[in-house]
Design a protein. Structure first.
Lengths: 113, 111
């Protein structure tokens, strides 16, 4: 199993550009999540999904969109990139249930200039 | 609002024991997680507590007191590879979106 994979690993965007961060998991997990992590800060939940076709906002959803058309894929869309979106983005997945241990992808380091 | 507090940094010596504390104030509680994150890498799961008491897993143990809103992670027989950030996270509601992470504690292990 590859686990959770993310592409790209690094990206530099200009202000106003758009891009999609890709996330795929091969563990047949129902739950998937997108976080951002700024230096010295904790992980902030952007969006999450409890199954294909179902998504919901987390703590910091503004400026982002998601979709979940399959169990495996959970792309994150940035529209009109802003410098405040410079961050490291982590995708995670879990079985759900009581324990809900999350498995994280390697992250995407995004810089908006 | 929801809040988690952890010390920002700690230093310990190889072979020693270190305790990393976490206090939380949340509207509800459905479990507490500890994750380890090496610099430049993704977090990895260490432990989960939902009932009061101590959970032991090899060199790592995690304790929870729900009445005090308090947890700690205990690392024994410290090794250099334990140098990392340790993240405390709490699920505080019935939804998977009700999850908050602390800012993490950066642990440096010295020879």
């Amino acid at each position: 199993n590859a686990g959770v994979t993310q592409t790209p690993k690094f990206r530099i965007l200009k202000i106003g550009q758009s891009m999609t961060l890709q996330c795929t998991q091969d563990m047949n997990h129902n739950y998937m999540y997108w976080y951002r992590q700024d230096p010295g800060m904790g992980l902030k939940l952007i969006y999450y999904s409890v199954g294909a076709g179902i998504t919901d906002k987390g703590e910091v959803p503004n400026g982002y969109n998601v979709s979940r058309s399959t169990t495996e894929d959970f792309p994150l869309r940035l529209e009109l990139a802003a410098p405040s979106q410079t961050s490291v983005y982590f995708c995670a997945s879990s079985y759900g249930g009581v324990k809900n241990e999350q498995y994280f992808g390697p992250g995407t380091r995004l810089t908006v200039t | 609002g929801q809040n988690i507090d952890q010390p920002t940094e700690m230093t310990a010596t190889e072979g020693a024991i270190v305790q990393i504390n976490c206090t939380y104030q949340t509207s509800g509680f459905n479990g507490l997680f500890w994750y380890q994150q090496h610099a430049g890498e993704a977090p990895t799961f260490l432990s989960y507590n939902v009932l009061d008491g101590l959970e032991e897993k090899g060199r790592f143990s995690s304790f929870l007191s729900r009445s005090k809103g308090y947890s700690y992670l205990l690392l024994k027989e410290l090794q250099m590879k334990d140098s990392a950030s340790y993240l405390c996270a709490v699920i505080y509601g019935g939804s998977q979106g009700n999850l908050i992470f602390g800012k993490g504690t950066k642990l440096s292990v010295k020879p």
